[in-house]
Design a binder for this molecule. Sequence first.
Ligand code: ADP
Ligand code: F6P
Length: 350
Amino acid sequence: MIRKIGILTSGGDSPGMNAAIVSVARCAAAHGIQLMGIKRGYNGLLGLSDNPMDDITALDIETILNIADMGGTFLRTARCTAFKEADVRREAVKHLRELGIDALVVIGGDGSFTGAMRLCELGMPCVGIPGTVDNDLGYTEMTLGFDTCVNVCVDAVRSIRATSRSHDRRGVVQVMGRYCGDVAMQTAMATGAEMVIVPEMEWSVEEISNRFQELSKQGNYRATCIISEHCWDNMKEIDTWRDYMHQYDPDIHEHSKINAERLASMIQHMSGCETRATVVGYTQRGALPTAKDSAFAFEAGHLAVQLLNRGITNQAIGIRHGRVFHMPIGDALMMKKHFDREMYELINHL
Ligand code: ADP
Ligand code: F6P
């Protein structure tokens, strides 16, 4: 029987994490289960702070009801490299048992889920809610925060395209996503951007420059190229690019990577047409959750408590055919993410 559960957020924060914490708290309260908030991801399990209240504290339902529609995570989040060590995890489980915590809800991405799976192997029941803006988990149609992130990017690109149109300028816009191009793809589709570059597909500056020039010939002088971070890992002629750019920018050296600013600068040098760069950045991560993310958080939080209460553990919660579902974390992590190559070709060639 579950009497006390802990909850933590880990990895990058994502919109909807607070809503999920509130949902877990409401459901736990309804079942008479006490909820403990663990601060700063897995760091909070290591008992490192002088004051134990800085790491793990009882969550009062009245207090946390106020955070449901706020961005970020009330529990704080962090990355905790030490947690990859088995001894450290064993100590964490010991600490949780001393505090009387019977089970954990972990909100985070694939790294956080791996940590949760390892805790289950040590006998600490865990359920994972996929909190990340990246949408990089293959088992679920959507991760918590992705919808908000895309909406922020779409708003940003619409504004950028308005000013680009006014000045007949080209735009390069960089969005987040880690090694997954979903944020960039959805943003490009929703805004009518003429190009998208993602880490999943090899690309070259020459192709992008040619496409911009082709569009100019058709009378489009304000085309937009959305670039997903880490697309630089899949760039074809990285050496040629560095040699070329070194003429204009002495800071370019053999380990330099391209980014929105550098790509825009290179396109401008190659074509002679004004090209501006924008990085959407943390506005994507800190935004208020959309209705879709908030509703997912509500359902996922509720299901997490129900599963733990029924003794169903080591589960990842996701969305399939628009409905929440759960499956073993290990199986979820094994599922390969599908990349929509056809859509990618369509965006870049239409
Ligand atoms: P995300 O959860 O968003 O994928 P990270 O990959 O940065 O973010 O992982 C978040 C945290 O999860 C790490 O800082 C670490 O504490 C934990 N973690 C990641 N990989 C492992 C692992 N192999 N074993 C145990 N814990 C892990
Ligand atoms: O995983 C979420 C994410 O926002 C990624 O999109 C990005 O690569 C990373 O976190 C950035 O992390 P940080 O803010 O720690 O640099």
